[in-house]
Design a protein around this ligand. Sequence first.
Ligand code: KIV
Ligand code: NA
Length: 278
Amino acid sequence: RDKVTIQTLQKLREAKVPISMLTAYDYPTAVSCSSNSSIDITLVGDSLAQVCLGYKSTTQLTLDEMIHHASAVARGTTHPLLVADMPFGSYHGSMDDAVNNAVRMVRESHIEAVKLEGGEEIADLVRRLTSIGIPVMAHVGLLPQRHVSLSGYKVQGKNVASAKALVKAAKVLEEAGAFSAVVEAVPKELGRYITENVTMPTIGIGAGPWTSGQVLVWDDAMGTWLGHKAKFVRRFANLQTAREMGVQGYANAVKDGSFPDPQRESYTMDEAEWTRFL
Ligand code: KIV
Ligand code: NA
């Protein structure tokens, strides 16, 4: 498949063909996203913190850790547009620091666009990054990097005031140059309203079926672990069960001595050579 560009996404939106985005955190998951021509965008989400690195919150992820993983994802990425989250703190200081950090992500990881959580307060940064050629995907609604201020991971935009604020944020960010926006955990009516009131493609997660596209975290979609499942998650595979069976099978075979098989899974010395050796 041809490389997916910002223009491709705009065309999909116009044709009302849902855009598919999936996260990846390392080379093999990136290859899986790339080997399916129906995946449009690969996202190195900062969910990396929890699902791969065992941190409790995305706020613990460092820029260096993101760059390390995004680089591996880039090595496995072909046609999907490659987007990565700027980690918490890497775009909250001065404008210059934020620009330098975004430049590092592009230059060291070879990602194509950055994703930033926030509303009007980050519009100037979105404008600046866009102006120097770093495309920005906005992220509105539930902002996991602010889960403490938000008193947890809760649905956003449920009352008139917060719904209006979210629509305003999406419009301001689009005006500032964002090429697309993730809309996380909002009522489906609001997901549709935002989508109909901006021209950039919206990518929903827990935002209902009427956004321009959908995104899920790899581990949620593949069932690589079977812990808490948010309402908006659908498990499309159950890799955790397969993995447990694999570990059990291996351990059993080692313990009962059936692995390795002396014929099929072992090397053999030439007989004459072995006789001389002895
Ligand atoms: O970090 C992440 O994986 C994300 C997506 C769920 C949108 O931001
Ligand atoms: Na994220």
